[in-house]
Every structure is written in structure tokens, then in C-alpha cells.
Design a protein around this ligand. Structure first.
Ligand code: HEM
Length: 501
């Protein structure tokens, strides 16, 4: 039965639901193609519009892939409010229990390129776009509850250190471990990435976190601060390194296939959404920077409050149109949700649109999957690269004007995003807690093995620096890494090219 494998048999399923060719083929301007045009031998090519049309289109079919998170699976569905949170947030999408909002979701390893192996050891992106009646709201999160650094100036360094060595075009453990040990606040997240939680067994079994502490406001203008959590109702499932490597060798698209297959079979994945809620007083009295994205907010101190659930029940019909062209941005906010006041969030408000202008063109928000289809837009933007849609027709194109163009609304008690002062990251307390309190002895053993697998090929001084830092996280961890490196001492050092002579 082909329907048991909707991913593998997509094209067969298409055939089965049609009765013969669906149409006479045409050129892209609609000219019907005569059979003679499908053969070029002994004919004049310039006169063959089928040949000209398809050849010239083909060489224009690639667009830049995302700088990070290039490889992904995605789907569509809805978010439903299950618990009232109107006492803290006035956003319309949370306005009443039972309310449903359409969503798009995209799940993605960070580092690998499009076409790479999606079972690699890496964090995963967890992005959701809510098509609300007040425009689109995006949560562009991760499957880890914390991020790598709190100073966004490190983004280019971090991306380059993880991507390919400019000379060899290879991923380079020296570069990655140089970064991780020069900026040890990154090890909190990387302990999770190297742990049992590092490789999801299917995107359906992976959690999501908004990470940033968002400021929200209720209808009385009172401020609250929240972190979003999404727990898969299918349960958490991860792969061991060994299994992931095996699977990756056989099916590099394992996670994407799993998502498509489940949805295609009517086995719709869902996630329970909750929030941690802080008042302004909690923020002041927390004793640490609650806006620091390298930190988690302890659950015993700030327990989860249920919010809703989202369900993915529709596969993309066309991957490029609907998933590749999806454009998420932390800057896509709605009234009631003000975003986060930290510097990483501020940097992200620029970076995503900049990247999307580059890869999708200046009118990327006119691409159907990015259009806020529950809310008609009225902007003063005009022209530029297609698609321009109706280009705002005959509406005046400058503001202010005296000719009835669109005007701003007035919010009498508009609340501003608070301003914060952030100290440099303090590094090891939560990493130590993660190692000691959240990992079983067995998991700690596998964590050490996974770190050794990554750190083993790095050069000696970087290994030594790493050992010192692991020792600061916990002496036991430092000692195990040191011993492991001694025991596995391979010929890597002798293979290192010397840059000193
Ligand atoms: C300084 C910090 C950061 C910068 C400058 C940055 C920048 C970017 C850029 C330029 C993209 C590609 C966007 C596109 O072309 O569509 C991207 C993708 C992404 N980033 Fe970040 N990022 C940062 C931090 C984060 C953090 C903290 C998270 C998680 C909380 C995150 C999650 C994601 C996700 C999930 C995607 C993929 C979105 C998709 O599925 O299309 N990033 N990032």
C-alpha cells in the first residue's frame, strides 16, 4: 500500500489521484508545446521555445541557502489556546480558550548545508510562524533552552568557526574548539548538544524553546516577562551517536522524512506550549540576569504555566515555495508581545530581514507563505524585485499625506520595551548543575565520549585549554576528558600542519 509511505511514494500517490496527464504542457507564457519541440536533433534550437524556456530557467533555479539552518523539514497546522493567559498578555492570538491560529513550522540543524545529513550532532532550530489577525508573530527558537553567547558581536565568529575551513573546505575541530574555549559561556549549550539530548530521533520528538525572555503586556498596561516552552506530545526521543551515524549513512534526510511520513499518514504531531512567567519584581530580585540567553530560568523558581498546543496536520505541497521561502524573524511581533530587551534579540531584529532580502529579494513578505493572510497590509513600500502583488494599487505612496492614505493607530497607554544593563556572562554555575543534577551517570559517560569524539582531532594546546575549562565546570568532567584524551592519543598531532615555521 503506497499510502504507508507518503514520502517515498509521493509521486505515485500523485499519479493515483489523477486519471491521465493533467494538461497540455506549455511554455511559461502559456504557449502549448507541440510534440516536435521535445526533440532537438537536426532542428533549429533558437526556434524551439520549449528548449529556450526550460534551459534558461534551469540555470536560474538556485537561490542562496540560509547562512545557518539551511537544511530543514517543515509543515503547517494550527495553534490552539488551552489555558487563559489574558491576565498577563493581551495579544489577540491568546485572547480566549479554544481560539485557533494557523501556523507554519520549520525544524533545522544549525550548521549543515542544504543536502547535508540531518542526523548530525548539532542544536536544532525550532521556528513557528503564527498567522494572527494582528499580523504574523514568529518564535524563532531552538531545541535547547539556552543559547551560545549573550553578546551578538560573536555571531559571525561563531558561524565561521563552525562552518568550513577557508583553505580546506572541511569542518575543522580546531576552529570549533578554539571558539568554544575562548568563549566558555558557550559550553552550557554545548554540554547539551554533546549529551544524550544532542540528536533528536525525528523532529516530532524534539522540544522547542523561545530562549529569550519576552516582555508581554496585558490590557491594563501591566508588564510581564515570559519564556516559551514546547514539549512534544509524542514524547522526547533522541539518537545515540552510533545510531545517528548509522542512520545518517543510509538516510541523510531521516528527520525530514519522518516528519513528512507521519503527517502524510494522518499521524499529526503536536506540542504542548507553556510559559514561565516573571513580574518586574521577579526580574529585579532574581539575583541573576534573566535576559541572559546563555542561561535557563530555573523551573522550580519559575514553574511552567500551560498556554496551548500546536498541531501540524499539513505537509507542504511544494517544498521550495512553502518551506525554503519561509522567512521567520524575531522582529515579527504583534501588539501585546514586545520582544526581548537583550542584545542578541536586538541584533536578530536586523539579521533575519537582511538575510531574507539577500536570499529572497526585497519583497519577500509578498511571497504567499510569508503574507500575513489573516490581516490585510497597508504599507508605503512600493516597487522593487517581484513579487509586488498589486503594489498597493493607486493608494498614495508617501506619508504623511493629505489624500487619505493609511494612518497609524493611537495606543493611549503604549508600553515600551524595558531597557536593561547586561554584565558579561558568568559562566559555569548552570553548566555544573546540568552536569551534576540533570545527567545520569550513564549520560555523563556518553557525554564524555561524545566530547572526546569532537575534541580528539583538535590540536594539543586547544585540548589543554578545553580540559582546564571542563575542570572549572566540574573537576570530575575535566579529569575524565583529560584521561580520555591521553588514552585515545592518536596520530592527530603529527598530522597537524605547522603554521609556525
Ligand atoms: C546574534 C544572534 C543571532 C543572529 C545574528 C542570527 C541570525 C540568523 C540568520 C541570518 C538566519 C537566517 C535567516 C534566513 O535567511 O531566513 C538565522 C536563522 C535561524 N536562527 Fe538565528 N541568529 C541568532 C541567534 C539565534 C538564536 C538565539 C536562536 C534561537 C533562539 C536562533 C534561531 C534561528 C533559527 C531557528 C533559524 C532558522 C529559521 C528558519 O527556519 O528559517 N538564532 N539566524
Amino acid at each position: 500500500n503506497v499510502h504507508n509511505d507518503p514520502a517515498g511514494n509521493q509521486i505515485v500517490i500523485f499519479k493515483n489521484k489523477t486519471s491521465g496527464p493533467i494538461a497540455i504542457m506549455t511554455t511559461s507564457v502559456g504557449a502549448p508545446i507541440e510534440e516536435e519541440e521535445t526533440v532537438t536533433l537536426n532542428k533549429r534550437l533558437l526556434f524551439n521555445e520549449f528548449f529556450m524556456d526550460s534551459m534558461t530557467h534551469l540555470v536560474r533555479e538556485r537561490i542562496p541557502e540560509r547562512l545557518v539552518h539551511a537544511n530543514a523539514g517543515g509543515a503547517f497546522g494550527y495553534f490552539e489556546v488551552t489555558h487563559d493567559v489574558t491576565d498577563i498578555c493581551k495579544a489577540k492570538l491568546f485572547s480566549k480558550v479554544g481560539k485557533r491560529t494557523p501556523v507554519a513550522a520549520r525544524f533545522s540543524p544549525v550548521v549543515i548545508e542544504r543536502g547535508g545529513t540531518d542526523t548530525s550532532r548539532d542544536a536544532r532550530g525550532f521556528a513557528i510562524k503564527f498567522y494572527t489577525e494582528d499580523g504574523n508573530f514568529d518564535i524563532v527558537g531552538f531545541n535547547t533552552p539556552m543559547y551560545v553567547y549573550k553578546d551578538p558581536i560573536l555571531f559571525p565568529t561563531f558561524v565561521r568557526a563552525q562552518k568550513r575551513n577557508p583553505a580546506t573546505n572541511l569542518r575543522d575541530p580546531n576552529m570549533l574548539w578554539d571558539f568554544l574555549t575562548l568563549r566558555p559561556e558557550s559550553l552550557h549549550m554545548f554540554l547539551l548538544v554533546f549529551s544524550d539530548r544532542g540528536i533528536p530521533d525525528g523532529y516530532r520528538h524534539m522540544p522547542g524553546f523561545g530562549i529569550h525572555t519576552y516582555q508581554v503586556v496585558n490590557e491594563h498596561g501591566e508588564k510581564y516577562f515570559i519564556r516559551f516552552h514546547f514539549r512534544p506530545d509524542q514524547g522526547l526521543k533522541t539518537l545515540t551517536s552510533e545510531k545517528a551515524r548509522k542512520i545518517g549513512g543510509i538516510d541523510p534526510d531521516y528527520n525530514t522524512r519522518d516528519l513528512y511520513t507521519a503527517i502524510g499518514n494522518g499521524n499529526f504531531p503536536s506540542w504542548t506550549a507553556s510559559i514561565q512567567v516573571l513580574t518586574l519584581n521577579d526580574v529585579k530580585n532574581a539575583g541573576f540576569d534573566v535576559f541572559d540567553v546563555t542561561k535557563v530560568l530555573p523551573l522550580d523558581k519559575y514553574p511552567l504555566r500551560l498556554l496551548g498546543r500546536f498541531v501540524l496536520n499539513k505537509n507542504p505541497i511544494n517544498y521550495f515555495a512553502e518551506i525554503e521561502q519561509l522567512a521567520f524573524s524575531p522582529a515579527n511581533l504583534v501588539p501585546g508581545i514586545l520582544g526581548a530587551p537583550d542584545k542578541v534579540f536586538e541584533a536578530r531584529r536586523l539579521a533575519y530581514r537582511d538575510s531574507q532580502y539577500y536570499r529572497l529579494g526585497s519583497n519577500f513578505n509578498n511571497i504567499p507563505v510569508n503574507c500575513p493572510f489573516q490581516k490585510k497590509t497597508f504599507t508605503y513600500n512600493r516597487d522593487g524585485e517581484p513579487p509586488v502583488k498589486d503594489n498597493m494599487r493607486d493608494i498614495p505612496n508617501y506619508y504623511p499625506n493629505s489624500f487619505n492614505g493609511p494612518v497609524p493607530y493611537k495606543d493611549e497607554d503604549a508600553v515600551q520595551l524595558i531597557e536593561i544593563y547586561q554584565d558579561k556572562a558568568n559562566n559555569f554555575e548552570q553548566s555544573r548543575e546540568l552536569y551534576i543534577n540533570e545527567m545520569s551517570p550513564d549520560e555523563r559517560k556518553r557525554l564524555v565520549e561524545n566530547i572526546l569524539y569532537g575534541l580528539g582531532p583538535a590540536t594539543k594546546f586547544i585540548q589543554e585549554r578545553a580540559v582546564k575549562i571542563f575542570q572549572l565546570i566540574h573537576p570530575d568532567l575535566g579529569e575524565r576528558i583529560w584521561k580520555g584524551l591521553q588514552a585515545n592519543k592518536t596520530s592527530y598531532d603529527s598530522l597537524q600542519v605547522s603554521h609556525c615555521d
